[in-house]
Design a protein around this ligand. Structure first.
Ligand SMILES: C[S@@+](CC[C@H](N)C(=O)[O-])C[C@H]1O[C@@H](n2cnc3c(N)ncnc32)[C@H](O)[C@@H]1O
Length: 331
């Protein structure tokens, strides 16, 4: 009887969580932001509850990203070049998410801005919005976007989003404030359809400087592990430290959040705080808050790129919660 009741209550709580809101994901990469929206994963000892979002379709033009995504999340991901696509080929959804490519906006990128092909890819989001009118759109990018051409590019993007019928806000979130053990700042461009009242609240900071989770907190238990009993722990760049001190050759202090995990590290990922080697793929995934059962199936270079490009799932989840709370208030 007792068992029956437990099963019943499990079923009831599942039903309560049955997806209420549909999501389409652009530029999904390996799925960091998507995992944040879906929830239902464990990071270290922290259990992230499932959120009632269902990702219907996810697109990226990189086959390797789609392979990682499908292997770890679900097979709704497909290869699609969003620089020239037909929005009618995508399903309508309540929410559109998309960390559009950032190389041209990044402080370390060439800063070609909107002139470049990659710089215009945010327009894929706008094309979808014009056709399907999702309630909410969440775009993500590097903080450098706010400074390119003295902020003109960000203003242009905001204007174009408003032009198709949306209110727009930009949230600058510093990941350690939300429990991510990494110095990483990201811009979230949040747009709400004009006919909806109000706006999601910018997530409240949870940690102060003294409380920040450190790199040691994130990866110390992996220190003695040389095999893949925790997946991807044996995979790391063997490149020696360069003679002229160059980016990526630093060592994160053990008692601070890690340096930013970069996508294009050219084999130069920061060194472990206690060992004479660079961080492993798993250690970088941990610092980015991926669960240990999220397996990266490619070479070190490709895996590191996917990890470095991702929104930390924990941060994505915090943004998703704010979107969910707003949607619930609309009723
Ligand atoms: C910053 S990453 C997105 C990471 C993702 N949001 C996550 O959390 O894992 C940008 C992605 O855009 C993809 N991309 C670049 N150009 C594209 C295009 N023309 N069509 C579709 N995807 C493209 C890249 O392959 C890359 O995975």
């Amino acid at each position: 009887m007792k068992r029956k009741q437990t099963e019943l209550s499990k079923k009831t709580s599942y039903q309560k969580l049955k997806a209420k809101y549909s999501v389409v994901s652009f530029f999904c990469g390996c799925g960091g932001l998507d995992l944040g929206f879906a929830g239902g994963f464990s990071y270290k000892e922290i259990k992230i509850p499932k959120l009632p979002f269902e990702v219907l379709a996810a697109y990226d033009n990189d086959e390797n990203c789609i392979k990682t995504y499908r292997q770890n999340i679900a097979d709704h991901a497909e290869v699609k070049d969003l620089s020239s696509y037909n929005p009618h080929s995508c399903p309508p959804a309540d929410i559109l998410i998309g960390g559009f490519p950032c190389q041209d906006f990044s402080v370390c990128g060439p800063r070609a801005g909107l002139k470049s092909h990659r710089g215009r890819l945010y327009q894929a989001l706008i094309q979808y919005m014009e056709v399907h009118k999702p309630m909410i759109v969440v775009g993500e990018n590097v903080p450098g976007l706010a400074n390119v051409m003295k902020g003109e590019i960000l203003e242009t993007i905001k204007k174009e989003l408003s032009g198709v019928g949306y209110q727009v806000e930009v949230w600058t979130l510093f990941a350690p404030d939300y429990g991510i053990p990494q110095n990483r700042t990201r811009l979230f461009i949040v747009a709400v359809r004009d006919d909806l009242n109000g706006f999601p609240s910018i997530p409240i900071k949870k940690y102060t400087n003294e409380e920040y989770r450190t790199i040691k907190w994130a990866i110390d238990d992996l220190k003695q592990l040389r095999d893949d009993s925790v997946p991807n722990q044996s995979q790391y760049f063997k490149a020696a430290k360069s003679k002229n001190r160059s980016q990526g050759d630093e060592t994160s202090p053990a008692d601070s959040p890690s340096y930013t995990i970069r996508a294009n590290s050219h084999s130069h990922i920061q060194f472990h705080y206690a060992l004479k080697r660079r961080l492993t793929v798993r250690e970088c995934a941990r610092i980015q808050t991926f669960p240990d059962d999220f397996i990266f199936p490619h070479s070190t270079t490709t895996n590191m790129m996917q990890i470095g490009n991702a929104v930390p799932p924990l941060l994505g989840n915090i943004v998703a919660k704010s979107v969910f709370e707003f949607l619930e208030k609309l009723k």
